[in-house]
Ligand binder design. Structure first.
Ligand code: ADP
Ligand code: ZN
Ligand code: ZN
Length: 747
């Protein structure tokens, strides 16, 4: 029963910082909740204002005598803001952040400077009165006023620009007539549509039986008032997108709206066109290249009922639809669905909570579901739907696994195995296309000493520097650059150099081996420009190149019917990432990469090159055996109590002063230890404290502490205890503390 409520009066969003504290009158104690719209006195005259409760607390921040009391709760329809504010409250609670950080995540920020407004001038008088005024202006020879008024009597409203332009009337004259009550100046927002002109037209595919069943299940449940979470597992090219569109169309027909989350990298023109063809102007998109103003406009359009479907990455989840019917998360296994800033929320769990509040369904789709989601589907928490065949029953590609150690023993020191070279040669002869996939940019781009093993690191970030063209060394965290050393700074040896197996290097190797082949490269550098990504994709789709070489990026949702060969160059690099997701990531990447081959009429082949062919992630990926992989992986997670078989909380303290960071993290560890000694937090396991995987970023030191517990709730309780401790202790004023529940990307 909270005694005080923090209320934001105006969610014009720039003022989110400004919550006002009120007393909760006895009659309302116990029934107020975050997100509720309340009435409260405001300002010197105690004007009655409405506002939203953003936080409830028992501790007053001000002198309680000076706090005013909330007058009442606004009854009636709950505006969409209430729901989003309540969602922010849930996120704050379950992921750990300030309420303000959470609010800024769910409410779009309005930037006045960017708002593109259209102003119109409207006559505010009846004809007779207007005529009288006109006569007066004529008598007085107020020619400008006369021009303006007679213009408006001819046509009203007029665009503001037409009045100042064509009628040559100054702003001062317009203002004068406005003050006299003759006209009104109104502002109409001119919304920018990010889609511009797209070709419209119906693009209706006849769903096959599997697709029909999946769509019907979701829709029929919905119609009976059952809103659940569904996991649609379907190999790449099995027609999941067509199922999404079908379901959305049905729900839109019932007056509901849909949010479709797609990883930004897969949000291609091709995908958007498919939705646009079905929903026309009623669909919009969000992406990170849009300005704040453009994003804000799309949210406004959604709120005003001008849209039925919003497509976008993680943040599209907060589209203010008033009658949300479904949230679809495509490629639900993607790590980009986890936020990397506080609140570090997961879009999947947050979508489920938002859907619960809105009475909506959630549909997760993937060819390689996350271990978490499949676990929930097995448990019956989610409903499992499957599309087991590719459209038109195209066969899955044939996979060959090549042991790179063996290759070396045979004397082949190239990054391209004999098998891969042979198959590439065949494709070039047959004028078919190939894709070469390298597992993450710059990973092998570090510079090390072959005599002593010293690796050149960034002086600010504690990560290895990558060698770029021209030999310069670059830090991918902070951008620090320096020249390549001639001799080893540790031992003085001159055998120091880069082993760059990045995309550039591979392109060079391919060109040397196949001088006539046309290559394209897709990586972080070549896609930096605004539409670099789309350009490369369409060039490859138009068969302007024979071989596409790229990172993770080429694995995502694009159909290249002429690609019949995929080479995964070093499948195991992602096995060695420093957290428990290594096997899952590797399995997903290799399976998804393999899925790119043979999507057209010709069957595909895949070569997986690896140093650990016996590892289960690689072996099952080679057989495209999801179930097999899952069984092995879940056994391991269960044994080690890793999510989803138990939960984890990572806690990071960051400070410019290394000693302060160490001191603070030790202090928090001590608090937990003391609580445990008192018999609290039973079943909690603590790991650390230690340096974060990236121990220093931009000269800020980062220390971490990990906790494991069977129950998520218990970790939330512990977070609450720590938060309270932190807010009451001075030592923490100069440090940043972040919580990360069930970490995905790590600190
Ligand atoms: P996924 O999202 O599972 O990778 P898509 O929905 O993109 O699969 O479908 C792959 C291709 O098959 C697309 O080109 C799509 O237009 C086509 N397609 C989907 N469903 C059907 C169908 N029922 N009949 C014919 N073609 C289909
Ligand atoms: Zn050395
Ligand atoms: Zn750096």
């Amino acid at each position: 029963m909270a005694l005080y409520a923090n209320v934001i009066i105006d969610i014009s969003h720039e003022k989110l910082d400004k919550a006002f504290q009120y007393k909760v009158p006895p009659g309302l104690q116990g029934c107020l909740a975050v997100g509720m719209q309340v009435e409260a006195p405001f300002g010197n005259g105690n004007r009655r204002n409405t506002g939203y409760v953003v936080e409830l607390t028992d501790e007053p921040e001000y002198d309680t005598d000076r706090l005013k009391e909330i007058t009442g709760v606004v009854e009636g329809s709950i505006p969409i803001e209430s729901q989003l504010i309540a969602l922010a409250g849930w996120m704050r609670e379950n992921y750990g952040s300030t309420m303000n950080q959470a609010l800024k995540t769910v409410l779009p920020v309005k930037r006045k400077a960017n708002a593109k407004k259209q102003r119109i001038v409207r006559l505010a008088l009846r004809r007779k009165e207007a005529q009288e005024w006109l006569a007066l202006f004529q008598r007085k020879h107020n020619t400008a006023r006369e021009r303006l008024l007679s213009g408006l009597m001819e046509q009203s409203p007029l665009p503001y620009e037409a009045v100042t332009g064509k009628l040559h009337v100054t702003a001062a004259v317009i203002r004068a007539l406005e003050e006299m009550g003759i006209l009104t100046v109104e502002e109409k927002r001119a919304y920018r549509s990010p889609l511009g002109k797209m070709e419209q037209g119906k693009d209706r595919v006849e769903l096959n039986e599997g697709q029909r069943e999946a769509a019907a299940r979701v829709f029929e449940d919905f119609s009976c008032g059952q809103q659940r979470t569904y996991l649609l597992r379907g190999v790449t090219g099995s027609g999941k997108t067509a199922v999404y569109i079908e379901i959305i169309e049905k729900l839109v027909g019932m007056g509901r709206q849909a949010i479709v989350l797609i990883p930004e990298i897969a949000l291609t023109y091709q995908t958007v066109v498919r939705f646009f063809k079905r929903f026309g102007e009623r669909v919009s998109i969000l992406n990170s290249k849009m300005s704040q103003g453009e994003r804000y406009d799309q949210f406004e359009r959604a709120k005003n009922g001008e849209l039925d479907v919003m497509i976008g990455p993680r943040s599209a989840l907060f589209t203010p639809f008033a009658n949300l019917g479904i949230i679809i998360i495509d490629e639900e296994h993607e790590t980009s669905y986890k936020s990397e800033t506080a609140p570090r929320y997961h879009a999947r769990e947050t979508a489920i909570e938002r859907a619960r509040m809105a009475g909506a369904s959630v549909l997760l789709g993937s060819a390689t579901p996350s271990v978490e989601s499949y676990y929930h589907a097995r448990n019956g928490d989610y409903v499992l739907l499957e599309l087991s065949k590719r459209i038109e029953e195209k066969p899955l590609p044939k996979c060959y696994t090549v042991d790179l150690r063996e290759e070396l023993r045979q004397g082949n020191r190239s990054i391209l195995s004999e098998k891969l070279q042979g198959l590439m040669e065949q494709r070039l002869n047959k004028h078919q296309q190939a894709m070469l996939f390298i597992n993450r940019r710059g990973l092998a781009g570090f510079v090390s000493c072959r005599a002593c093993g010293h690796v050149v690191k960034c002086p600010h970030c504690d990560v290895s520097l990558s060698q770029h063209t021209g030999g310069r060394l670059v830090c991918h965290y902070c951008g620090h650059t320096q020249g390549a050393p001639q001799t080893c700074p540790e031992c003085g040896s001159k055998y120091i150099g880069g082993f760059k197996a990045g995309t550039q290097k591979i392109e060079e190797i391919v060109k040397k081996r196949f001088p006539d082949a046309r290559t394209l490269r897709m990586d972080f550098d070549s896609t930096r420009s605004k539409d670099g990504y789309e350009k490369i994709l369409s060039a490859f789709a138009n068969q302007e190149a024979d071989i596409l070489i790229g990172t993770q990026m080429i694995v995502k949702g694009h159909d290249f019917p002429n690609v019949t060969l995929v080479g995964v160059l070093a499948a195991d690099l992602s096995l060695h990432v420093s957290d428990f997701h290594g096997a899952e990531r590797t399995f997903q990447l290799v399976t998804q990469a393999a899925g790119r081959a043979g999507r057209g009429d010709m069957p595909g082949e895949v070569v997986i090159q690896t140093y650990s062919p016996q590892h289960y992630a690689i072996a099952f990926a080679g057989r495209q055996d999801y179930e097999g992989f899952y069984e092995e992986e879940i056994a391991y997670r269960s044994l080690a109590h890793y999510p989803p078989c138990g939960h984890m909380l990572a806690l990071m303290v960051a400070s410019a002063d290394e000693m302060t960071a160490i001191l603070c993290i030790e202090l928090l560890a001590k608090i937990v230890r003391q609580a445990q000694e008192k018999g609290k937090l039973a079943g909690l396991q603590t790991i650390g404290p230690t340096e974060a995987a990236v121990a220093k970023v931009k000269d800020i030191y980062r220390r971490v502490l990990y906790f494991k517990h069977q129950e998520y709730r218990s970790l939330v309780q512990m977070k609450d205890v720590l938060e309270q401790f932190i807010s009451g202790h001075r030592e923490f004023q100069s440090v940043t503390v972040q919580f990360d529940f069930d970490p995905v990307n790590g600190f």
